[in-house]
Design a protein around this ligand. Structure first.
Ligand SMILES: Cc1cc2nc3c(=O)[nH]c(=O)nc-3n(C[C@H](O)[C@H](O)[C@H](O)COP(=O)(O)O)c2cc1C
Length: 370
């Protein structure tokens, strides 16, 4: 269970935050060990988890001067959806661990701030309930199940509810070993349901008694035989744009484009293959391979406005927040996620002005030195 303070205390503490690190500190302080370890951990030695942040820190900006920056725009469009800033919320499981409002809090904040919400298959809120909060402005993330009919039914539900894209996560045929979750046997508190993924098999896995509950849950559900050939099956199943999430190489980016998909550069926030390349380092080769034929996105380690500038300049149309959104939610529910997005937008606006590039959709690649 999360430990909660009074709402007024939430407001005061939130008002004192000046950056995402402050919100993370606040969010962490509101969580018990089970939730905290689930959200924060990466796979094994967490090399990739830290590399994501380090790559942003290492990359340097080459600002231009004596440019009129009296008017700065952070607006963009992503697969036809207008955004106030090129920052969305990445799909992550079980928002109910962070706050009782769960995905309704995160989605509501994304909507209010002109951002984009991506809903995980493993949410604590149903697709339909989320859709009511973000009408026509959300993506649905799919883990392809061994039972193709279950997957097809989920895709149909997402389409009917108004999802604007299908995000297929391709870096998780097995769950990475997040050792704190194994050590302390991560478990979903009994009051939290998994309404999109409920099946007899899934419920049986949740009752399993050893190791991380998530691993047991996944083991029974996700299709490890899913390959490029099966992407064609998905392509025929839906008219929604398909985004493949978890691409880190030019080779796979090319295949994604050949299969009519958009490309989301991600190492799952360092939670899957440890020592995999950082997201920012992988971005240029992916953007080169895609060569404008599809949209490219990135997540992993984004916590500053300058991070957004760097990723967009190197070819991402939009970036997504994983843990940063969870810390906001844990800190103060919807208001916490709104503050996270608002602070990031302010930082981005200032960074664009100081870079001498006032329009976020027109950033040159040579703005960044990797
Ligand atoms: C607690 C947590 C749960 C996650 N659950 C999912 C999920 O259900 N589906 C998915 O595609 N990615 C999932 N991810 C990965 C995120 O979508 C994203 O790739 C990652 O968090 C980005 O890195 P960041 O946390 O450094 O921003 C999860 C990440 C976290 C931290």
């Amino acid at each position: 269970m999360t430990s909660r303070n009074l709402p007024e205390a939430d407001d005061a503490a939130l008002a004192g935050t000046v950056n995402l690190a402050d919100i993370e500190t606040l969010g962490r302080s509101r969580l018990d060990r089970n939730a905290l370890e689930y959200i924060s951990s990466g796979a094994n030695d967490e090399v990739t988890l830290h590399a994501n942040r380090e790559a942003f820190r290492r990359a340097r900006l080459r600002p231009r001067v004596l440019v009129d920056v009296s008017d700065v725009s952070t607006r963009t469009t992503v697969l036809g959806v207008d955004l106030d800033l090129p920052v969305g919320i990445a799909p992550s499981a079980f928002h109910g661990l962070a706050h009782p409002s769960a995905e309704l809090g995160t989605a509501g904040a994304a909507h209010a701030e002109g951002s984009l919400f991506a809903l995980s298959t493993f949410s604590n809120t149903s697709i339909e309930d989320v859709a009511r909060v973000v009408p026509g402005r959300f993506w649905f993330q799919l883990y392809v199940y061994r039972d193709r009919e279950v997957s097809a039914a989920l895709v149909r539900r997402a389409e009917a509810a108004g999802a604007r894209a299908l995000v297929v996560t391709v870096d998780a045929p097995y769950v990475g070993r997040r050792e704190p979750n194994e050590r302390h046997r991560f478990g979903l508190p009994p009051h939290l349901g998994v309404p999109n993924a409920a099946s007899r098999e899934a419920l049986a896995a949740l009752e399993s008694s050893s190791g991380s509950q998530l691993v047991n849950y996944f083991q029974g559900l996700v299709d490890r035989r899913f390959t490029w050939r099966d992407v064609a099956w998905l392509r025929e199943l839906t008219t929604l744009p398909i985004v493949l999430k978890g691409v880190l190489t030019a080779e796979d980016a090319l295949l994604a484009v050949e299969h009519g998909c958009h490309v989301w550069v991600s190492n799952h926030g360092g939670r899957q293959l440890d020592t995999a390349v950082s997201a920012l380092e992988a971005l240029p080769e992916v953007a080169d391979a895609v060569a404008g034929r599809a949209e490219v996105y990135l997540d992993g380690g984004v916590t500053r406005g300058t991070d957004v500038v760097k990723a967009v300049a190197l070819g991402a149309r939009c970036v997504f927040l994983g843990r940063a959104a969870q810390w906001g939610l844990a800190a103060a529910g919807e208001a916490g996620v709104r503050r996270t997005l608002a602070l990031l937008r302010d930082e981005l606006t200032l960074a664009l002005a100081l870079c001498g590039h006032p329009d976020v959709t027109r950033l040159p690649r040579d703005l960044v030195r990797l």
